[in-house]
Design a protein around this ligand. Sequence first.
Ligand SMILES: C[S@@+](CC[C@H](N)C(=O)[O-])C[C@H]1O[C@@H](n2cnc3c(N)ncnc32)[C@H](O)[C@@H]1O
Length: 384
Amino acid sequence: MDSTFFDSKRPWSRYKDFLLKSYLEPYIPKVASLKRPILIVDCFAGMGRFKDGEEGSPLIIADAIQRWSEKLDVNITGEFIEANSEIFGSLQQSLEEFHDFCTPRLGTFDETLIDLEKQAKRNTVFLYVDPYTVKGLRFERMKKVFDQISKSSSSVEVLMNFNIPIFMRWALAALKRLNEMPDSEELEPEADDPNETVERRILSEIAGGDYWISIASNDNLSFSEKIDEFLNAYVCKLRESFKYVCSYPVKEKYRHQVPKYVMLFATGHPDGILLMNDFMCKARREFVEQHFAVNHLFDTTPEEEIVEQSELRNEILNTLNQFSSPRNRKAVGLKILLNGFVTRVTLGEIKKEISAMIKDDLVFSSTGKSRINDTVLLSTTPFE
Ligand SMILES: C[S@@+](CC[C@H](N)C(=O)[O-])C[C@H]1O[C@@H](n2cnc3c(N)ncnc32)[C@H](O)[C@@H]1O
């Protein structure tokens, strides 16, 4: 364990906090309409507050629960799991003022999983999974819980931090290919020991299969390409349990090829992905703005960060043409995002462009109007 972890928050940690905080705001009132109690579980909770005074995830969650509990007629509770007894003591203190609805639990994520399965029968569940070390994430054990929760509960969503670079480094070490590691400042693990040897069996348990071996030993892929490939494969694994999964790689500097970690979000509900995408877009744009002179006389924003109107219009037309019958704009927006536009464009921007295309007679609405709501059908040919 890195004893300095809780001294002060790393700049790149703010992105995971931002996604958690932003998403809980619309999430809580939305799932409250299901009329089931809501349970938010911080599976690797930490101290609650960093030593420099900054809020950690437990306080972000507790604050959201407190605010929404006052406004909504639904029971909202939080559980906070922490394995380290010393850190647990600080966690208890941090959550003291929220003790009516926040329960810290000393134990490991794994140990709590069984209890979680039971609780899920009555609750709508949101899991925040933010381990130091990848080793805490054993895929099959988590999958069992995800599947059990989905069976028994009307809603389960997961926001997870996965340190894929360290996983890939361990994978290369296990395959005796460490010489392929880029010699770079980018891979600076926080808590995991990069020089540790992790058995192949453990790596397969984390990945949920041995597919990582062919990725890590592919001579045609660079280290960062291996990370991308592994991410795609892991997302597919999550899709066995969740209909919608999206990811956001958090980098320290724009020029870096290797992310610090990847935030993964999994949900069974389309609204979940539409909302999270908006926040991932915002995070990405703020990150880009910090690195480039956006809005100055000479905007230096890299091309790949800009979605040109023509690109979006083509995508809207292609998407509409892929459907066998007219669809509403929410369905069109969702398909566009899942086709590779997550973190690049918001649902609002897609909607705006659809309205503009209706005015230009490129897209047609079933009402014949360009100001439409989410139920109006769309087509690339005029309605009779
Ligand atoms: C990255 S920190 C969490 C930081 C926290 N999310 C925040 O924003 O402040 C991970 C925490 O998980 C704890 N931990 C490690 N292994 C665990 C396990 N198996 N189950 C639960 N907690 C664990 C560590 O002691 C550490 O405090």
